[in-house]
Design a binder for this molecule. Sequence first.
Ligand SMILES: [Fe+2]
Length: 439
Amino acid sequence: MNQQTVARPDVERIARLLAEARERTLLLAAPVGDDDLRAQHDPLMGPIVWDLGHIAAFEELWLTRNLDGAIEFSEMPGLYNPFEHPRRVRGALPLPGIAECVAAMEEIRARVLERLESVDLAGGPPLVRGGYVYHMVAQHEYQHNETILQTLQLKRGEPYRAPRAIVPPPGRETAAPGAMARFPGGRVEIGTADRAWAYDNERPRHAVALRPFLIDILPVTNGDYAAFIDAGGYRERRWWSDAGWAWLQDAKVDAPKHWERSGAHGWTARSMDRTAPLDTMKPVCHVCWHEAEAYARWAGKRLPTEYEWEAAASWDPATGAKRLYPWGDEPWAPALANLDQLAFDTAQVGAYPRNVSPIGCYGMVGDVWEWTATDFGGYPGYESFPFPEYSEAFFGPEYKVLRGGSWATRPGAVRNSFRNWDYPIRRQIFAGFRCARDE
Ligand SMILES: [Fe+2]
């Protein structure tokens, strides 16, 4: 066999992967008009057309320029460099219209595919070995899809007409509200050794010793959270940390973002263009870390550490085996979890009976990202790869780790070891939480 016939399936697989990522990006943008694509809808989020241009600029940098020799930059200098242009000012940039932007994306893609033909995926440097850099670029596009969906949820004017293609199954009774599963503690392996898909911050795989703990079987639901509000949760100083109380005085909110009072005791919640009476069986979404922490204190619990979260999602204490996803190692499929965007909303808890971890926790992947108690940092022995600006630049106590992905996450951008991070005051992300407790 010559080298070309060996490499061919990989080349075709990668070309399909990139094409599929682009197809989704354009599907999400399709219902949005040119003015709305270029508008700054919220100080927290840049215009969507900036994300599109940046997706292509990142692809051009990593899949053409950085493929040979030393890595020049980690982000393309110029209009689409996120460090040069913070989100809140991107609306003032000279951004192109959508037609011009898409033409540039296509031109870059053509050069990328041409270059792909001569890449040594089997024996090249670590950047390309096993297709890593292509997977990194695809995941980057997936992650910007979720960013775009955050922007669309905050959109000014007419709500985003979500191209809903999936109706999640209804929830089922899986556990009483607040019921907890037990993790027996012991030696657990955290992170991964994978070098084909995983990011640097998920490595190295390493052992930690955990004490026994309890963790909620289900994510905290809208119904659970409404009880906290009804009990005066937002008015009582004692449930909040100093930083949380300071945030609350400043933010002056009394409910998750996108909830509106309706009637004497009721609420409505909005997801894109759908506003409905609060569904008490859906996981609470659009709460910040401070709200999650206050709820947990009120409930007599606490947030899990990220190690506890990963152990509860992935580790089988009976066998000492680690799962890639809560349900096992098989790749995501629509029946397994509410991922992949096309529901454009959360599903009721228990809707996916196979989405259960070895110790019996449901819904750890999908629906909502879950806040953990842990500050974002490098694991022992962490090495930045292929550039420090992806993870290392964000290590520190100002960011909290989130786990598990949301309905707006593409399946290729989440796994049990995947670590997301954000400021503890952020509510535009599709985030909820579950609680833990010492035994
Ligand atoms: Fe980016």
